[in-house]
Design a protein around this ligand. Structure first.
Ligand code: ADP
Length: 447
């Protein structure tokens, strides 16, 4: 097992990784920008190294500074968390070249899944059903017209290097196609440094359902069930739950089986998530994330498996030590992503947290790096806390979540706690009757 792990991230996930390490008797190294000198993970880690000024490009994405920090402190592994360098194949390569273990899949698998066109192609070859669309990149208007005619309008133009819900444009008709294509292309070029785009059928009422997998170095792969992540704003997840309110045990077993078979063929190592749009009883692959995800705690609460610990164990060469039949699903879990944003306007609200009181009690978990007096910096993602509840049933889980949201005090800044409180009261959410467009549709109707 590793003796010392460097955590190449910040915020709640850095703290989450630190906690997993300490539970395993592993020492930790925090790296941080000057804006994060007072961050919780920096205070709690065994060692801390400042790697640059506030902009992520000069600190959390600064590969030479992070590698130097690992070398100076003698870390034998690096955990990238999510975002930042977690899905940069080049980073995984550089880490390995320095004799340090990258806690994640192979660089080859990161590279494959990082290109969404190649990922869809691989999924198809591995027997995973995909969203109908172009077979490869779209190079001109004529090709776009031909593909759109084949799959039918509306269509979605997506960036091959896309992520974070950005770089997608809908075209409802042939007239809108050329403009959508050129906007998508220039936005993709500006955001991701690549203007390669592809086309997919734009599904009208899909649910986002994703399957969590874990693989070790010896060809063992298991799935840990699904997460339903259909409550989204701007294609970004707001609330996630497990199990999905609509999936049957048979469907779970079937899609889980398809994914495990594919990942076994691929010899996938570590934690990964295969994302689908689920509509009319069928699954359509959209992408695979080769890292730990923000919403991993809901899976941990229903399976009792510590995903970050498992990532570290398999990266160190330990076998999973259990098989699919050992994995049991218990109760229901829901996570609310709490952002430093206004609940109505979604305007960012960085600043000092003047008072802080996290909720507790049966079935409640808070993953957050906040404390009273902490200043939320304006430079990074607005996620400041994840509130996760677990209950024997979905109903009990929702009641506990509501109770916890009511108890939660974060003073001095705006947060999305009120948005979550109103979501939990909504009859559609209570019934589980929502799709990926539900939140934006509902917010538009209330305006
Ligand atoms: P990203 O990598 O940017 O997160 P994804 O491909 O994972 O992009 O898609 C994010 C979200 O965008 C999905 O959960 C869904 O809400 C929406 N989306 C993506 N593809 C489609 C599609 N073909 N039809 C309808 N919605 C889609």
């Amino acid at each position: 097992m590793f003796e010392k792990v460097l955590i190449a991230n910040r915020g709640e996930i850095a703290l989450r990784i630190h906690r997993a390490c300490h539970d395993m008797g592993i020492r930790t190294v925090a790296v941080h920008s000057t804006a994060d000198a007072d961050a919780m993970h920096v205070r709690l880690a065994d060692e801390a190294v400042c790697i640059g000024p506030p902009p992520a490009s000069e600190s959390y994405l600064n590969i030479p500074a992070i590698i130097s920090a690992a070398e100076i402190t003698g870390a034998d592994a690096i955990h990238p968390g999510y975002g930042f360098l977690s899905e940069r194949a080049r980073f995984a390569d550089i880490v390995a070249e320095h004799g340090i273990t990258f806690i994640g899949p192979t660089a080859e698998h990161i590279r494959l899944m990082g290109d969404k066109i190649a990922a869809k192609d691989a999924a198809k070859r591995l027997g995973i059903p995909v969203v109908p669309g172009s077979d490869g990149p779209i190079s001109n208007d004529e090709e776009a017209r031909r593909v759109a005619k084949e799959i039918g309008f509306p269509v979605l133009i997506k960036a091959a290097a896309g992520g974070g819900g950005r770089g997608m444009k809908v075209a409802n008709s042939a007239e809108q196609l050329a403009e959508a294509l050129s906007t998508a292309r220039s936005e993709a070029g500006a955001s991701f440094g690549s203007d390669v785009v592809y086309i997919e059928r734009y599904l009208a009422t899909p649910r986002h359902i994703e399957v969590q997998v874990l693989g070790d170095m010896y060809g063992n792969v298991v799935h840990l069930g699904e997460r339903e992540c259909s409550l989204q704003r701007r294609h970004q997840k707001v609330l996630e739950e497990s199990p999905s309110p609509v999936l049957t045990a048979k469907e779970r077993e079937e899609i889980g089986g398809v994914v495990v078979k594919a990942m076994t063929t691929l010899k996938y190592l570590g934690a990964g998530t295969v994302e689908f749009l689920y509509e009319n009883g069928s699954f359509n692959f959209i992408e695979m994330n080769t890292r730990i995800q923000v919403e991993h705690p809901v899976t941990e609460l229903v399976t009792g498996i510590d995903l970050v610990r498992e990532q570290i164990r398999v990266a160190a060469g330990e076998p999973l030590g259990y098989t699919q039949k050992d994995i049991a699903f218990k109760g229901h879990a829901i996570e609310c992503r709490i952002n430093a944003e206004n609940s109505v306007t979604f305007a960012p609200s960085p600043g000092r947290v003047t008072s802080y009181h996290p909720p507790g009690g049966p079935g409640v978990r808070v993953d957050s790096a906040l404390y009273s007096g902490y200043v939320v910096p304006p430079y990074y993602d607005s996620l400041i806390a994840k509130l996760i509840a677990h209950g024997a049933t979905r109903e009990e889980c929702m009641r506990r979540l509501d109770r916890a949201l009511e108890e939660y005090v974060i003073g001095g800044i705006d947060t999305t706690i009120d948005l979550h409180r109103s979501l939990l009261k909504d009859p559609d959410i209570k019934k589980g009757a929502y799709d990926v467009h539900w939140l934006e549709r509902t917010m538009a109707a209330r305006r």
